[in-house]
Write a protein that binds this ligand. Structure first.
Ligand code: BGP
Length: 499
């Protein structure tokens, strides 16, 4: 008999503070990079034509941040309002409990705990807020799984220190991690350090607090290939910060576990040409790199050539090698949304594509309204490859479909497209488990509609719970169960059998 979902499998949903909390200037919270993610539209092109997408401001210049601070009325900054979870968490958690959630992935807003990121003492009001959220979750038997930093660096650290370009930010992060680990010992068993750490390549501002001089280059949907030196230095510092937090967790709470978080884009060659396959290998390396370091505690051999050829010199502290080794994560987490087609870039020297959307369409796969390919089988492949590489338990931190929802004549949302997406992915997850992959949980991204990370819209909805709010914050904020709400509830109640 093939294996299936183990007893106690953690079904649930996944969010991030900056996309749900709002209350950006309440409760003693300081400003964070996410408060400056704006709503803008851009045209992108793929092999099927040109279409509009909204893109955020993921890379920022000093001038732009200054202007946003001085004239916020000129900018549309939806993450500041989120979906008001800061005030609605009790009702929202009740709805998650009604769906039968076993796990809720969320993040702590660092600047709610340390308003500047590096204050001498933490903000008790911020600490109390998360106490209340964790208590509310436990009331319903829901396990919190908590990301320490989800595209949300305290602004002060970004402005004064270039975020993770500086070791000062590493020290501040270690202190922040230690503070919350001690405070929530016994309440939080599962932690993650940095959300989608590989996104430093496309979102250096929000991910890592890096602010470049001169004109900014926005968007994770555009190739953003420059500034390698800064980006790889910032990410090295994040590796060290992650390892230090992991070591602290093991010392303070030996029962708790730390995970990484990688945005895993599976890559296929456009043709059987070995050159295209070589490009797949390059791109894979740029993906694996981050988890290789976090899971094994060592830099992989293959990056050295890229560093040498691009004049990248990573400054390492004298104990870094040891710290990385001692701070390897306990489990692996990924977000899985899509797969990607690779065409040889014409150079035998490794170069990443460096953007989120492929301009080559996979003729065998449908796409979402936002151009993301929908590939459930790719999910199974990815899970097998990850397990084969690390042999550590896996948790699915994110998987989901962003779509435009419409009301029917009865005022309901019949989101069969979301149900189909979920069914197909959970089926492949079950196959991966039958293959022998050790997966202990699955968290749907955005179980309640929230502000999109990549586009700062509300229109791109992931939820099984509708939130009456538009891109500009208009609406009653009321919550409404979609058809997928009842589907997921049944699926969880049957531990994945009722697909
Ligand atoms: C991941 C992020 C999330 C989330 C999700 C969906 O990259 O970790 O924060 O938002 O993608 O992306 P988007 O909101 O751009 O549709």
């Amino acid at each position: 008999m093939a294996k299936t979902f183990p007893e106690g499998f953690l079904w649930g949903g996944s969010t991030a503070a900056n996309q749900i909390e709002g209350a950006w200037n309440e409760g003693g919270r300081g400003p964070a990079t996410s408060d400056f993610a704006r709503l803008i539209t851009k045209q992108i092109r793929d092999t099927e034509g040109t279409f509009d997408v909204h893109v955020p401001h993921n890379a920022a210049s000093k001038e732009m941040v200054e202007d946003m601070k001085a004239h916020p009325e000129n900018w549309e900054l939806p993450k500041r309002r989120g979906i008001d979870f800061y005030h609605t968490y009790k009702d929202d958690i009740k709805l998650f409990a009604e769906m039968g959630f076993k796990v809720f992935r969320m993040s702590i807003s660092w600047s709610r705990i340390f308003p500047n990121g590096d204050d001498a003492i933490p903000n008790e009001e911020g600490l109390k807020f998360y106490d209340a959220v964790f208590d509310e979750l436990h009331k319903y038997g829901i396990e919190p799984l908590v990301t320490l930093s989800h595209f949300d660096t305290p602004l002060h650290l970004a402005e004064e220190y270039g975020g993770f370009l500086s070791r000062h930010t590493v020290e501040a992060f270690e202190k922040y991690a230690e503070t919350v680990i001690r405070r929530y010992k016994g309440k939080v068993k599962y932690w993650l350090t940095f959300n989608e750490i590989n996104n430093v390549l496309s979102n250096p501002f929000t991910s890592s607090g890096v602010i470049f001089d001169g004109a900014p280059e926005p968007s994770s949907c555009n190739p953003y290939l420059g500034h390698w030196q800064e980006k790889f230095q910032a990410v090295h510092n994040q590796f060290v910060a992650s390892a230090l937090a992991t070591k602290k967790l093991h010392e303070i709470d030996p029962d708790a576990k730390m995970g990484n978080m990688l945005c895993r884009l599976e890559n296929y060659a456009e043709s059987p040409k070995p050159e295209d396959q070589l490009q797949v290998m390059f791109e894979d390396h740029f993906n694996w790199f981050f988890t290789d370091v976090q899971a094994t505690g060592e830099y992989p051999y293959y990056m050295q050539r890229f560093f040498d050829e691009n004049n990248i010199h990573i400054e390492m502290g004298k104990d870094d090698t040891k710290i990385l080794k001692e701070g390897a994560v306990d489990f692996i987490t990924i977000s899985y949304y899509m797969t990607y087609i690779m065409r040889y870039k014409g150079s035998p020297v490794p170069q990443p594509i460096g953007r989120l959307l492929s301009d080559i369409k996979n003729p065998y796969l449908p796409k979402s309204d936002w151009g993301w390919t929908i590939d459930p089988i790719g999910f199974r492949i990815t899970l097998n490859r990850i397990y084969d590489r690390y042999h550590k338990p896996i948790f699915i931190s994110e998987n989901g479909l962003g779509a435009v929802d419409h009301f029917d004549e009865k005022g309901q949302i019949q989101d069969d497209y979301r149900i189909d997406y979920m069914r197909a992915h959970v089926e492949q997850l079950r196959e991966a488990i039958a293959d022998g992959v050790d997966v202990f949980g699955y968290a749907w991204w955005g179980p309640i509609d929230l502000i999109s990370s990549g586009t700062s819209e509300m229109t791109k909805r992931y939820g099984m719970i509708y939130v009456d709010q538009d891109d500009y914050g208009k609406g009653t904020g009321k919550r409404l169960r979609k058809k997928s709400f009842y589907y997921y509830k049944k699926l969880i109640a049957s531990n994945g059998a009722d697909l």
